[in-house]
Design a protein around this ligand. Sequence first.
Ligand code: PHE
Length: 344
Amino acid sequence: MLEQLEALYKEALAEIENVQNTEALHEWEIKYLGKKGSVTLMLRSTGQLPKEERAAFGQRANTIKEALTEAFAAREKAVQDAELAQDLEAGEVDVTLPGRPQPTGGLHPSTQTFRELYRIWGDMGFLVYRSRDVETDEMNFSLLNIPEHHPARDMQDTFYTTEPGVILRTHTSPGQIRSMRELGQNGTQPIRVILPGMCYRNEQVTSRSEMQFHQLEGVVVGKNIRMSDLKGTVTEFARRMFGKNARMRFRASYFPFTEPSMEVDVECFLCGGDGCKMCKYSGWLEIAGSGMMHPVVLRNGGYDPTVWSGFAFGMGPERMTILKHGINDIRLFWSNDLRFLEQF
Ligand code: PHE
């Protein structure tokens, strides 16, 4: 038996020297040192030997087991090191390769236009006043001198909510009342604000009209504010927005909340007034509705119209963006088509 044990020892030692990977290592361990491994079984059979041989055999078997366990540990370490080195070599990082670009988002064309508008109006001393999208019928119409059944309501087909009297604003003009009431301090302080935001109308959606669109309203209230202030302010804006030679045209118009009222046109900046497709061969582009604030509106905003006066205007940023970039379909603005958006 002792000879058998020594032969086994030699064989095991020889074998482990040739083990090259974790898998083979594992097999070797099972074969010799596992529960049913040959060395283990050999040790267990000590009891079957004649009494006088047992002690010597047991001692030797234990020494061999220890030696093999050590040999295994040493081999295990060597195999692991080799495998790690191999992995590192195979998965080597090439630091000279170009990095993966992080795609960055862009600003929506309407956001870009708004930022330009904020900059220009901000430079001209206007505050940005944020007014709500969900409005009351009263703010959107009645307080702006548009009573129920007034034909002007027909032109702004309205989205109603299930809450009586609560609607989606059809224009930014209700912000006139809100800003006057909040900033005017009971009609004692002058104000100069712009009101940007989304408006909603139940429009037939076509390439020329959407059921949601932005407006930028302007409101100025003070003492001795006159029509010439309105014309001068809007002209100054147009020069900053469209170029210092921009020519203006004011056309009489009608809004229930301004008196007198006028549409503001700027000379077509594409053809210089000669007439082209963009201005429909008229030489002019309409950029805003405007007028002197109606006394009823001033009063509803908390001001005494015999002491205070003011003007207001409302412009469509999408229209400006369309004109600027020659966009031919307004639906592109809210359809989230990246092929469109990525061009800006
Ligand atoms: N609220 C008007 C519209 O939506 C525009 C406007 C604003 C006209 C302010 C005059 C003064 O058509």
